[in-house]
Ligand binder design. Structure first.
Ligand SMILES: *Cc1c(COP(=O)(O)O)cnc(C)c1O
Length: 362
C-alpha cells in the first residue's frame, strides 16, 4: 500500500484548479458549484435531493425544521454522540430525550428508545456513530409502528450502507457534515442534507437562505447557512476519491480486527457486513484508558477520546429527559473508549506499529 502519495498529488492539483475556477468565476455563494455538488451528492447517496448548508449541525437543525419538528416535540437520540447532535435539536426548538446505547456497538439501543417514548415523541434522530450504520429495517419498523419521523445524523457515515441502501436515505432526511476531518471533508465548514421529498428539499433551501421564497420575499424565519462555492468545488474534487479512501479505511479496520490481541483491550463487535461501517473512527475500550494513552504517547501514536462525557454528563444538558432505566452503557463507554489512528493515508507498516504498541501494553 502506497499511502496514496501519487493520488494525494493529483488530488491537490485538482483542488487548486477548483479554487482557481471559483475565484475567477466571481460567483461565491449559491452558484453552479453548489448546485453541481448537490446533484453529485444526491446521486452518490441514491437520494432524490441534496441541499448544501453551512455545516453538519445546521443540516440537522434545518432537516428538523423543514420536517416541522419544533416546540413541544420530543426527539429521541443517543447520549453517546457529538454535542452538536443534541444542540441541533435544541436549536430547532424541540426537546431532546436521551436514550442509551448498546454496549457491543455503541449505537442507540432500541429497548432504551422504547422506554423514552411519550405521546409527544415526534421522531428518532439516529447517529451512525464512528461510521457504523445500525440494522435499519429494525429502526424503520420501529418508527412506522410508533408513527415517528426517522432522521439520520450521518456526519460520520458517508457512504455507509445497510441492505444495499446508503446512510441518510432510510427516513425523512439525512444530515451530513463536511467538517475537514470527516470522511468527506472540505477545507472549512460545510454540510448537506439529503431527502427524497421535493417539499422538504425546497423548504430546506428556503431555510438555509433567510427563509426567502423569492429573492427578498421572506416566508419563514430562516438561517444564514449556505454551503459556499469554494467548499462545494473542493468537495467535488474530493468526492472522486471517497470510495477509494473508504475502502482503505475498511482495510485498516480489518488489520486491527485481526491483529489486536490483548486481554484488557476490547474491540467493538465487528459489523455483520463490511458495507455497514466506513470507520470514520476506530474505537477500542480499555478500563485502564489513561495508562493506555500514556503508553501510546510514549510509542508516538496519537489517540483521542470520542467522547469523554456522554450528553447527560455535560453541565448544560444534564437536566434533559432520559431513559428512566438510566444510561449506564453510555457512561461506561465514555469512560473507557479510545480512538486509535484510522485514516486512508496510513500505510500497512503504520497500522502494524499501532497493533504492536497496543499488544505490548503492560
Ligand atoms: C461532526 C458532527 C456533527 C456536527 O457537524 P459540524 O459540521 O461540525 O457542525 C454532528 N454530529 C456528529 C455525530 C458529528 O460527528
Amino acid at each position: 500500500m502506497t499511502g496514496f502519495a501519487k493520488e494525494a498529488d493529483t488530488l491537490l492539483r485538482n483542488e487548486l484548479a477548483a479554487c482557481e475556477r471559483v475565484i475567477r468565476s466571481g460567483s461565491y455563494i449559491l452558484g453552479s458549484e453548489v448546485e453541481h455538488f448537490e446533484q453529485l451528492w444526491a446521486e452518490r447517496c441514491r437520494s432524490r435531493y441534496a441541499v448544501g448548508v453551512g455545516n453538519g449541525m445546521d443540516a440537522i437543525e434545518i432537516a428538523l425544521r423543514a420536517l416541522g419538528v419544533g416546540a413541544g416535540d420530543e426527539v429521541i437520540t443517543t447520549a453517546m454522540t457529538a454535542f452538536a447532535t443534541v444542540l441541533a435539536i435544541l436549536r430547532a426548538g424541540a426537546t431532546p430525550v436521551l436514550a442509551d446505547i448498546s454496549a457491543n456497538d455503541a449505537l442507540l439501543d432500541p429497548e432504551s428508545a422504547q422506554r423514552c417514548l411519550t405521546p409527544r415523541t415526534k421522531g428518532i434522530l439516529l447517529v451512525h456513530l464512528y461510521g457504523r450504520i445500525a440494522p435499519m429495517n429494525q429502526w424503520r419498523s420501529f418508527c412506522d409502528e410508533h408513527n415517528l419521523l426517522l432522521i439520520e445524523d450521518c456526519a460520520q457515515s458517508h457512504l455507509a450502507m445497510c441492505d444495499g441502501k446508503f446512510a441518510g436515505t432510510f427516513g425523512a432526511a439525512g444530515a451530513f457534515s463536511f467538517y475537514p476531518t470527516k470522511n468527506l471533508g472540505a477545507v472549512g465548514d460545510g454540510g448537506a442534507l439529503v431527502t427524497n421529498s421535493e417539499e422538504i428539499a425546497a423548504k430546506a433551501k428556503r431555510l438555509r437562505h433567510y427563509g426567502q421564497s423569492v429573492r427578498y420575499y421572506h416566508t419563514e424565519l430562516g438561517l444564514n447557512s449556505r454551503l459556499d462555492e469554494l467548499q462545494a468545488a473542493i468537495l467535488r474534487a474530493r468526492l472522486d476519491w471517497l470510495e477509494q479512501f473508504t475502502k482503505r479505511r475498511r482495510e485498516i479496520a480489518a488489520l486491527y480486527y485481526s491483529g489486536i490481541r490483548h486481554p484488557r483491550i476490547e474491540l467493538l463487535v465487528q459489523p455483520s457486513s463490511q458495507e455497514n461501517h466506513v470507520y470514520h473512527l476506530f474505537v477500542v475500550r480499555c478500563e485502564d484508558r489513561q495508562r493506555l494513552m500514556s503508553h501510546l504517547e510514549v510509542c508516538r501514536i496519537a489517540s483521542s477520546i470520542h467522547y469523554p462525557l456522554p450528553i447527560h454528563e455535560q453541565e448544560l444538558t444534564c437536566h434533559l429527559d432520559a431513559d428512566p432505566a438510566g444510561l449506564r452503557h453510555s457512561e461506561n463507554h465514555a469512560a473507557t473508549c479510545l480512538s486509535i489512528p484510522c485514516h486512508p493515508q496510513m500505510k500497512d507498516g503504520e497500522v502494524n506499529r499501532v497493533i504492536d504498541a497496543l499488544n505490548s501494553f503492560a
